[in-house]
Design a protein around this ligand. Structure first.
Ligand code: SF4
Length: 289
């Protein structure tokens, strides 16, 4: 079977950078690295990082109190994930008394900067995103009671009066067309609203590469990534919208349970948290069919 691989499949630069930060701090496992929630939404990669004593503490949303392993006598360090955290969480993590290293993706840092700056100037901040996602939770911390999260048209309709000064940003991994649609809708009510398209370049590239896979003749699309990875799930949703059978798989082993007999060409893409070794195995397995 012919396999076309999307150019952007796999780690985005922000995830790669956060992994590099954690690995640098671990010094080959000589130090324990505690990440505030899973560093990456990929079980296989988390297992690999565990060998360098990079351990997840806290919770996915970076909300819970952290209990460290008291029996661990090794030098330890706390590392912040690519999603970033709220300023309140930053203060909490720093108060724990361990060395602290920030792996926040600079693209998320730019969104946080815009939220902070405009909230301080008295703007109401509307964030297009998932209110349960750690990136959005972190961003909300910069605007506190002035932040409003919207995911759909209904949420826009239900917003209270936002006052005269309104700014809108997006979680970095949302769909561009949805952000445009919702920001236009809100701009009708608030013509002076400032709109910042903060969907990151890596996300936009992944979305446009999917269109290329379809154009290049993919009969079906395989999306590789953790079932819990928000950006992988979104990619699978977008692929399905192009009316191609779409298979969201985690590893090459999942291919055995699927039927590819009816397809000559398969397009392969992967979420921002999917490691290269898994993508390569999946492509090899599909090519051998
Ligand atoms: S998806 Fe974008 S914002 Fe998120 S870590 Fe990757 S590059 Fe950074």
């Amino acid at each position: 079977m012919k396999v076309i691989r999307a150019k952007s499949a796999g780690f985005c630069w922000g995830v790669e950078r956060a992994i590099q930060v954690a690995r640098e701090e671990s010094q080959g496992g000589r130090r324990t690295v505690y990440t505030d929630g899973p560093l990456i939404h990929n079980r296989q990669m988390m297992d690999a990082l565990g060998k360098d004593d990079i351990q997840e503490v806290g919770d996915y949303q970076s909300k819970k109190k952290i209990d460290f392993n008291e029996e661990n006598t090794k030098e330890s360090v706390v590392v912040v994930r690519a999603h970033g955290i709220s300023p309140q969480r930053r203060d909490y993590l720093k108060s724990l008394g361990l060395p602290f290293r920030d792996g926040t993706c600079p693209d998320v840092g730019i969104i946080a900067g815009k939220v902070k700056l405009h909230a301080e100037k008295g703007f109401s901040i509307v964030i297009f995103g998932d209110p349960e996602h750690p990136e959005v939770i972190g961003l909300m911390g910069y605007a506190k009671e002035k932040s409003y999260v919207v995911t759909n048209e209904n949420d826009i309709t239900n917003l209270p009066d936002l006052g005269e000064k309104v700014a809108m940003v997006s979680q970095s991994t949302m769909f561009t067309h949805e952000f445009k649609y919702l920001s236009n809708l809100l701009s009708d009510q608030y013509p002076d609203m400032l709109v910042f398209d903060t969907i990151c370049g890596a996300t936009k590239e992944r979305q446009s590469d999917l269109v290329d896979l379809v154009k290049e003749g993919a009969d079906a699309i395989v999306v590789i990534g953790g079932k819990h990875s928000a950006n992988t799930r979104k990619l699978a949703k977008l692929a399905a919208s192009y009316e191609r059978p779409t298979f969201h798989i985690e590893t090459a082993e999942d291919i055995e349970r699927l039927d590819f007999d009816n397809y000559d060409t398969v397009g392969v893409t992967a979420g921002a948290s999917t490691p290269e070794f898994i993508i390569r195995k999946v492509c090899e397995r599909l090519e051998s069919l």
